[in-house]
Design a binder for this molecule. Sequence first.
Ligand SMILES: [Zn+2]
Length: 474
Amino acid sequence: MKPVLIAAALIAAAQVAGTANAADLRPDQAAFRAIYKELIETNTAFSNGSCTIAAEKMAARLKAAGYKDADIRLFSVPEHPREGGLVAVLPGTDPKAKAILLLSHLDVVEAKRADWTRDPFIMVEEDGYFYGRGASDDKAHAAIFTDTMVRMKSARPLRRTLKLALTCGEEGGNGDVFNGAEWLVKNHKDWIDAEFAMNEGSVGIRGKDGKPVSLGIQAGEKIYQDFRIEATNPGGHSSRPRPDNAIYSLSAALTRIGQYEFPVLLSDTTRAYFTETARLTGGEAGAAMLRIVANPKDSDANAIVSRDPTYHSMLRTTCVATMLDGGHAPNALAQRAGANINCRMFPGDPIENVRAQLLKAAADPGVTIVPTGEISPTPPPPPLTPLVYGTAKAVAAKHFPGVPMLPAMTTGATDGRFLNAGGIPTYGVPGRFSDPDGNGVHGLNERKSVAGLYAERDYLFDLITAYANAKDSK
Ligand SMILES: [Zn+2]
């Protein structure tokens, strides 16, 4: 090949791989990249980082863009000085229109330098990926949303008010964690009140060839709840066993609970999810999905779809024994035996209903089953309105033509659980795609596609603009 052709081929290859040089960026992309880099390079892990510092840095960026002190609230509580956050407001032109909230957590899962190939708190751009802790979860959203607030400040005014909340504590931590989203809902809901919130929690799928297969929009998540099951007994000397026994009672009850299958539950989200997935999947599984949407009591269809553990979990509340304890001495009849049962409740499935089914499955009036830890509210899933879902699909048709959008209920949890319970419907926004290996989220060498991040940002900017100027049609 002639040198010119080689150069052209290299450029073409670079474009395919998405390795845009920093020099090739549009000015607005370069400004965004600086925010993203600053966030990744500010350690916000629970053990030794500071969300408060990250929030202060984002506040400085907003002020540089023209926000007044009155538009920005930095918050923290004295017991958790490193776990602060911020709320910022850009007022809309229509005082009667409800706001849109952009929510992202600042904190990240712990990352040890010795375990990573590169320093987790230095942003490295390499082979078409940004590397760094939080590159995907969730500093990409934090950067996109902060950058959106910066750009909107000098853009044409929006009809609705735009709010930004950057919070700490979503990832938990080894100790007493302050959750900023929960705190805001409980103490200052007026700061963040909105018609709906845009949040993390949805992942589109990228095929092995790098091409997007489907977009995701998350509407509703399963609710975490632990229960304690316990059997007690007068006990005695183990040389003289009695017919009743705490360990045997418990294990028999647990076996029956293990065999119990919770009934199929459907929401707008999962109906739409299985309908769309049936089209993509086809075959026996696809046909079974359509049958179960039409009739949740179709047990043959249920058996086929539920072979996949994720689909099984999306179709119902699930409960599983996760920890076990019992007895007090090797030579004594146990006076007490217990287990933790971890449930993931379908949104809107009341906790009392779940407990009643566990008790019925246990089928032993001698065992007790009680919820433990914080009692989780089980709000219904946020509705897939034409405003939220229809607009997301319409804007996606321009940015990701031909890529279907799948509404999904996630089987794990985000901060959306606090907002949904507090009356702010919260959605995991579309626009991101996960590689088949999950991109190291929560694990080693977390990474995010460079081209994917810029495409996601362009999509979300147009989507937020469309939401903020939309009429109030539900
Ligand atoms: Zn996250």
